[in-house]
Design a protein around this ligand. Structure first.
Ligand code: SF4
Ligand code: SF4
Length: 276
């Protein structure tokens, strides 16, 4: 069940969920509220450009983010929302040259981010489900997602995505219950700093778990579910996550891996790991 490859007809959608900062006006470096304690250069309000964002929308300290310990910057991933909003939703303007539109651009970015994040999970759900009815429901939610993100920007701004989110969450919960096992009667979710080293955790449900600084080195994680888990500083060195489920690029970027860490095919190896 955990040999996940998406149907070829959806591979274009997968590509669109990968970030392409060259095609973006640095939206995450402006639109988002940031805290120094989360690994950003300074505390800043949403809508205020980071002090290191150049006029060409590139990061002035990009090559030094690792040495300056900018963990927040290194971990962030917008699921391709940045280039989508820059290139498709506002193709002729940007937040800097059209400050009167900036708030609208930032709001659309945040809505598209949420929709792309849900689409990321839906595409994985589609590759995992053994149930034809569920598959039909997932495909219909993916189509609806594509319809919403293709709307004109003023219509995206007025979308109410909460009903859609409830439908997505219901499907993901249903699927999670089908593919994972819970041996833990208390359904424990706090594993802060827990040492699992070399444990067999196949099909274990870690959804929404606190895994900060937990040690998964050498564990067996076939089909383990990491949906929404907090993986900051989680040790995944020498660990095979290639068949674990519902991982995101942001989780992997914030974890500690190495050259021997194996990742699901949709996830890129963080550049910062090469130094370790
Ligand atoms: S919003 Fe996304 S695409 Fe744009 S700079 Fe940030 S991570 Fe890159
Ligand atoms: S330091 Fe660079 S990547 Fe981080 S918020 Fe500032 S401009 Fe963006």
């Amino acid at each position: 069940m955990f040999k996940k490859m998406i149907d070829r007809k959806y591979s274009g959608l997968e590509d669109r969920l990968k970030i392409d900062c060259e095609k973006c006006s640095g939206l995450c470096c402006v639109a988002l509220y940031c805290m120094k304690t989360d690994g950003f250069p300074a505390n800043k309000e949403a809508g205020v450009p980071c002090q290191y964002l150049r006029t060409n929308f590139r990061c002035d300290i990009h090559a030094k983010l690792g040495s300056k310990n900018m963990r927040g910057c290194l971990a962030y991933d917008c699921f391709g929302a940045g280039q989508k909003v820059t290139q498709n939703c506002f193709p002729k303007v940007d937040w800097k040259s059209s400050p009167n539109l900036a708030n609208g651009i930032f709001l659309v970015f945040q809505i598209v981010f949420q929709l792309h994040q849900m689409e990321w999970y839906l595409l994985e759900a589609l590759s995992l489900t053994p149930d034809e009815h569920l598959k039909t429901d997932i495909e219909s939610l993916i189509s609806e997602n594509e319809r919403m993100t293709s709307l004109p920007s003023d219509e995206i701004l007025h979308l109410n995505i909460e009903d859609y989110r409830s439908d997505v969450n219901r499907i993901l919960k249903q699927l999670s219950e089908m593919i994972t096992v819970s041996s833990d009667k208390k359904n424990r979710k706090d594993y802060f700093g827990h040492n699992f080293k070399h444990a067999n955790l196949d099909r274990k449900d870690f959804s929404m778990a606190l895994l900060i600084a937990a040690n998964f080195e050498g564990c067996s994680l076939h089909g383990a579910n990491f949906l929404g888990a907090d993986m900051r500083d989680t040790n995944i060195k020498n660990t095979d996550l290639s068949s674990s489920v519902f991982l995101t690029q942001m989780q992997i970027n914030s974890a500690k891996g190495n050259a021997n860490t194996k990742l699901p095919y949709r996830i890129s190896r963080p550049i910062s790991w090469q130094e370790k």
